[in-house]
Design a protein around this ligand. Structure first.
Ligand SMILES: Cc1ncc(C[n+]2csc(CCOP(=O)(O)OP(=O)(O)O)c2C)c(N)n1
Ligand SMILES: [Mg+2]
Length: 598
């Protein structure tokens, strides 16, 4: 027998089967109880391991990697609070449908509630946030138990990848010795020969698990084709995407066959990319659609078809709530991601299958004249909006202009991670659609500011694209530990740190009028000088004070193999005023943009 004891046998069988099921990366944090798992992962030739000291950062790094690749990342930690530190990333993975396999080591069951060290009840620790939970049996050299273990590993990966994708949790108890020390009689000498299926598995996955995709029946597809055929105007809304995306080809066929404009969230995968060259993609709606119902000469759509999660843009969400129209949510898991509760239809379908199958059914003589006039109105708004914005962002330096510059100067291809709070909102409002291949990601499942840097670096570790992270100062502060991954995991990034000394977002809320407690409890200026962070984590740090220098430094940084923190000190309140002034100007002028061109 090649395994020195029953724990190493158990862990190597588990890891072997995870690899056979497609796991290619594991984020591992140090600890004693998880020793058999860490040793088995480190030894597996097909799994790349990423060592993280901080479990919270580790889990977000794994999340970022899985978000970028679509393949589950495994996480490994010891028992106790280590496992609880995975929780924020598990919640984000659950809500934004990112596949993960979480492995928490545990003490033997009889030590629960006994005062034993580092022991707590890890059963269903993450509640309903995981798609599947199993507490594994005690390791044993037993053929049936090991076949059960292999089956469980295969099912865990399949459940993580299912629709909706998400985290699964395996709790794995071990008794001492935890190290690969030989234990005589732990495993019978002829065990390999007696139980080859259990010990060696199959050539390929132990259980081959097939997953279908849901496609509506013919009558349903026909009825939506009829609804689209009879509509004079319609909109396609693409919200943040996930593991079951609406593909570019699916979107193209629906956009072409309907003639409907496409409102594309920056996280939808359709705001940027070569595919939008021949799709009427709109990106400025977060400003020009504000209060647009009955206010500008653009008629309400007769039908709205929505893909992905709820849009980042509050303006768009409110606009869709106000248009009294048939609104169809297409969700592959039958999830409801529309918190205004005005949508009228839920189609449980793979988004691409729905888009292509409905497109094929549409009548050839669709109402092309009315529809092209409607599409042209949106294109007029787009053209006028972006030229207005470009004039302003060239002239005035504020947070929105930083996002506009990032969007316009990021090379093709790139991965861009935008933090919650203002960066993702500014990306939405100031990120002009481009045909360059930008993969824009964010943590919008639960919109935490606690694992932004780690998630970005995890995404960066999964690609050779240059990685850009745009983060606020509080989000940066929250996850400074995550910067250790730059060196330990060999990632380089351009970190655009928008330092407005606190939470600029709170300037947008009515609480800004109530000071105290606004400054002390909400905006929370900290006065931290982040410069030493550069030397602590071995990256360069530059304070940038002009738009010209930012453009040059940004372009230099994205083409270098080093990590640079480009720190832009800005006034959050002033940025908010400029956003508001611009928005007001758009609201005033948008009527003319349409009328003038009619
Ligand atoms: C873990 C977590 N804690 C608190 C919040 C609430 N919150 C949302 S935005 C924000 C401030 C973010 O500040 P910063 O990262 O500097 O971005 P800015 O608002 O300045 O753009 C806070 C505290 C949150 N989303 N997540
Ligand atoms: Mg801030």
């Amino acid at each position: 027998m090649t395994e020195p004891n029953v724990n190493t046998l158990w862990a190597s069988v588990l890891v072997d089967e995870l690899a056979e099921s497609g796991i290619r990366a594991a984020c591992i944090s140090p600890g004693s109880r998880s020793t058999p798992l860490s040793v088995a992962f480190a030894a597996h030739p097909e799994i790349e391991t990423f060592s993280h000291l901080d479990e919270r950062s580790s889990a977000f790094f794994g999340l970022g990697k899985a978000r970028r690749t679509g393949t589950p990342t495994a996480l490994v930690c010891t028992s106790g609070t280590a496992a609880a530190n995975f929780h924020p990333a598990v919640l984000e993975a659950s809500e934004s449908r990112v596949p993960m396999v979480v492995l928490t080591a545990d003490r033997p069951r009889e030590l629960l509630d006994s005062g034993a060290n580092q022991t707590t009840d890890q059963t269903k620790l993450y509640g309903d946030a995981v798609r599947w939970f199993r507490s594994l049996a005690d390791p044993e050299a037993d053929g049936r138990k090991l076949r059960s273990l292999r089956t469980t590993a295969a099912r865990a990966v399949a459940n993580a990848r299912n629709t909706p994708a998400g985290p699964v949790h395996l709790n794995v108890p071990f008794r001492k010795p935890l190290e690969p020390t030989p234990v005589p009689d732990d495993i019978p000498d002829d065990f390999d020969n007696r139980e080859p299926l259990a010990t060696k598995g199959r050539d390929g996955p132990f259980v081959s698990i097939s997953q279908g995709r849901s496609v509506p029946d013919e009558a349903t597809l026909d009825s939506y084709a009829r609804a689209i055929d009879t509509a004079d105007r319609g909109l396609i809304v693409c919200g943040p995407t996930d593991n079951t995306p609406l593909t570019a080809a699916g979107l193209r066929s629906l956009a072409e066959s309907t003639g409907f404009p496409v409102l594309a969230d920056p996280l939808s995968g359709h705001r940027f990319g070569p595919q939008i060259a021949d799709i009427p993609v709109c990106g400025g709606y977060d400003s020009y659609l504000d209060g647009a119902v009955n206010d500008i000469a653009i008629a309400d759509p007769d039908i709205v078809i929505r893909f992905g999660a709820s849009p980042t843009s509050k303006v768009l969400r409110k606009y869709l709530a106000a248009v009294e129209t048939q609104q169809v949510i297409v969700d592959p898991a039958g999830g409801w991601r529309e918190a205004e509760f005005t949508a009228s239809d839920l189609v449980i379908s793979d988004p691409t299958a729905f888009a292509t199958k409905v497109s094929r059914r549409l009548s050839q003589e669709a109402k092309t004249t009315g529809r092209s006039a409607y599409q042209e109105q949106f294109m007029q708004l787009e053209r006028a909006y972006w030229s207005t914005i470009e004039d302003e962002t060239d002239r005035v330096w504020f947070e929105g202009a930083i996002l506009a510059t990032v969007c316009a100067h990021t090379p093709d291809p790139s991965t861009v991670f935008v933090s919650n709070s203002m960066p993702v909102r500014d990306m939405d409002r100031f990120g002009k659609p481009r045909t360059e291949n930008l993969t824009v990601l964010g943590n919008r499942g639960v919109s935490g500011i606690d694992g932004i840097t780690s998630t970005a670096l995890g995404a960066g570790s999964a690609t050779d694209d240059p990685l850009v992270l745009v983060t606020g100062d509080l989000a940066f502060y929250h996850d400074m530990n995550g910067l250790l991954a730059l060196d330990r995991c060999g990632v380089d990034a351009t970190i655009v740190l928008i330092d407005n000394d606190g939470g600029g977002i709170f300037n947008m809320l009515p609480i800004a009028e109530f000071d105290p407690p606004f400054t002390e409890q909400f905006q929370t200026p900290h006065g931290l000088d982040f410069e030493p962070v550069g030397s602590l984590y071995g990256c360069s740090f530059e304070r940038i004070d002009s738009p010209e220098r930012f453009e040059t430094a940004f372009e230099e940084s994205v083409s270098s193999d080093e990590t640079e923190i480009l720190c832009l000190t800005v006034d959050g309140e002033r940025s908010h005023e400029i956003r508001e002034q611009l928005h007001e100007r758009v609201r005033k002028e948008r009527g003319k943009w349409l009328d003038g061109n009619k």
